[in-house]
Ligand binder design. Structure first.
Ligand SMILES: Nc1nc2c(c(=O)[nH]1)N[C@H]1C(S)=C(S)[C@@H](COP(=O)(O)O)O[C@H]1N2
Ligand SMILES: [Mo]
Length: 197
């Protein structure tokens, strides 16, 4: 006569088609940083893209904010298994930043203030898939969440969304960044559960 309530099993994945395999929902916003939060003075802040020819395209804080800003509504998925649905950000599309950039290299190494790095194909930053985000839920991005600016690449696991982003370097090969050298997957698609390698 055991009656097992369906509710007992809680939020099963099949009830949440927005949740990639092996992920659970969280309502709060965990902070995951490999080191201390770097202090970046807006007067000194820059973001740059360096190509294989040595050419450097750079924007200071004012210049970044003068570019077209986009609102982004997206889900985010951390490899430690939390996902957050329906987050709201604003920032500058990488399509805008790459508009005047001439490169034939297919990969990018992302560099952050503080030394963090992460790698990805350039294609994953193009066509409306990635932004330099400066606000979260209508407020300037918290320093602990990457403020003043972080990369936002929500279709990959969240370690690819480098906090305190400082610049991108165009590279010929997909060399591993910080977490990728420490066992995280070279690409990191949450829908394919590409967590570790
Ligand atoms: N610069 C930098 N960016 C980073 C990290 C980091 O340690 N340093 N951690 C990554 C990881 S593993 C995750 S899950 C997210 C966490 O972002 P949050 O702290 O805003 O939740 O940032 C990513 N970006
Ligand atoms: Mo993470």
């Amino acid at each position: 006569m055991a009656v097992i309530s369906r509710g007992f099993f809680g939020r099963k994945r099949e009830e949440n088609p927005e949740l990639p395999p092996g992920q659970y929902l969280t309502e709060d916003f965990p902070v995951l940083s490999a080191g201390p939060t770097p202090v970046v003075d807006l007067a000194d802040w820059t973001f740059s893209i360096q190509t294989e020819s040595g050419e450097v395209h750079a924007w200071n804080w004012e210049q970044l904010n003068a570019l077209p800003q986009e609102d982004i509504h997206t889900d985010i998925h951390c490899v430690t298994r939390w996902s957050k649905l329906g987050t709201t950000w604003s920032g500058v599309s990488l399509d805008t930043l790459f508009a005047g950039v001439d490169t034939t290299n297919a990969y990018v190494m992302v560099h952050s203030y503080g030394g963090y790095t992460t790698n990805m194909p350039l294609a994953d930053l193009m066509d409306g898939k990635a932004w330099i985000a400066t606000s979260f839920e209508g407020e300037p991005l918290d320093p602990e969440h990457g403020g003043p600016a972080r990369l936002l690449v929500p279709h990959l696991y969240f370690w690819k969304s480098a906090k305190w982003v400082h610049g991108l370097r165009m590279v010929a090969t997909d060399d591993p960044g910080f977490w990728e050298q420490n066992g995280y997957h070279i690409y990191g698609d949450p829908w394919l559960e590409q967590r570790y390698w």
